[in-house]
Write a protein that binds this ligand. Sequence first.
Ligand code: NCD
Length: 430
Amino acid sequence: MDVLLADGVVAAIGPDAGARAGEATVVEGEGLVLLPGLVDLHTHLREPGREDAETIRSGTRAAAAGGFTAVHAMANTTPTQDTAGVVEQVWRLGRDAGWADVHPVGAVSVGLAGEHLAELGAMASSAARVRVFSDDGKCVHDPVLMRRALEYVKAFDGVIAQHAQEPRLTDGAQMHEGVVSSEIGLAGWPAVAEEAIIARDVLLAEHVGSRLHVCHLSTAGSVEIIRWAKSRGIDVTAEVTPHHLVLTDELARGYDPVFKVNPPLRTAEDVEAVRAGLADGTIDIVATDHAPHTREDKDCEWAAAAFGMTGLETALAVVQETMVDTGRLTWADVARVLSAAPAAIGRVEGQGRPIAVGEPGNLVLVDPSARRTVEPAEQATASGNSPFRGRELPGRVVATFLRGRATVLNGVLQDDADGSRRAAGRGVGA
Ligand SMILES: NC(=O)N[C@@H](CC(=O)O)C(=O)O
């Protein structure tokens, strides 16, 4: 059937909606899948501070290219997003760039130092309306600080998104602790360093009756703990990254730092466990943890390299390959784990909505039968650290619409030059 977009919203749906299109741009949708615009709960945009790795503009162009209409920008910028002033700046830069909605994540602690609570209330009541708070990159390891943060955000329905990493168990760690780390001689990062924090935090969330979100869960044991916590009625949600759905610690054998990431790539058993957890709903969402880094920070020996990999432009493809093409998720499930559920966790308005008349025209049109080879030089992100470079992945984002306006059309980012991004959106997908 046809979907008519006009004045920023879905104006009509049905076999005849195209008849009302008038002068609208027509996008042929035969054989394609129309999804609500994707929402990322975990993106590193690097601005302010590391604009050499990514800017809000380049990162949100990458988001649009990947089918996203909203991203949550993590707080580990320079200066840290720990005040109302900084989060408002990030929010405004995102709005002015116009490629995807930018929702700044507020830091839990001042400067991510883990000592004093940041001004959570001021960030929540700022123009940026922050609801997600995280020290991501660092763990809120002090249980008292974590408890206070969980208690504080209840007042404005916020959520603490924890980067679960016990620092004392990961001092100097370079990769997953296991057979591969001992064979190749890199300091290991035990699964228990993640699992111990998750176990503590679900109990803390239960104790204070607050909402907890677990970032980039990566081990089979973590899935078990979340499953147990949910069975107890604890208000916890969890995310898995695309890379943890497919890549393993075996890749470290080549010492290529493009595979160095926090949390580290785990074993094939862990990959199977996170896929199973996503399929049965234990894991609520897929979030990219898009972590762009410059060549200087990545193209060096393993121990000196930064942790992190890009992901916005490959996330949907990896989810299709690992979950849809294997029969473990339907496309409706994809709409849930990459759009509706992350929007709900972040309390984002106007995103992650069902495709229905009157809803904002935030949509992505995907060709699931296409195949492409990932080439970082062709991506919109300013950084080249994709772990999928040279790899063939399924699916292609044909079009992305932000409030009815095409940010991507025929697979091409719609830059200012052609004027289409400024025009009021009107389009139809058949
Ligand atoms: N996920 C990553 O590997 N890197 C993140 C932060 C982090 O260390 O978690 C980054 O900001 O680069």
